[in-house]
Design a protein around this ligand. Structure first.
Ligand code: ZN
Length: 60
């Protein structure tokens, strides 16, 4: 399992491990789907992935 970091910063975010760029990913994560369901669609998490180390981030 990839380690998932939940971060509220929206812009200027960088990977906390390697400092690489985070790129938005359209791949659906189960966690993001759950958050959307629990919040009745009010929260739409955005998923990012580090270009370098492929670490996953979830911004809500
Ligand atoms: Zn990284």
């Amino acid at each position: 399992m990839d380690k998932i970091i939940i971060n509220r910063t929206i812009f200027g975010i960088r990977c906390t491990d390697c400092g690489g760029n985070l790129v938005i990913t359209k791949k659906r994560m189960l966690l993001s789907h759950c958050i959307r369901l629990v919040s009745f669609g009010l929260i739409k998490p955005e998923q990012y992935e580090c270009e370098n180390c492929k670490k996953k981030y979830l911004l809500i």
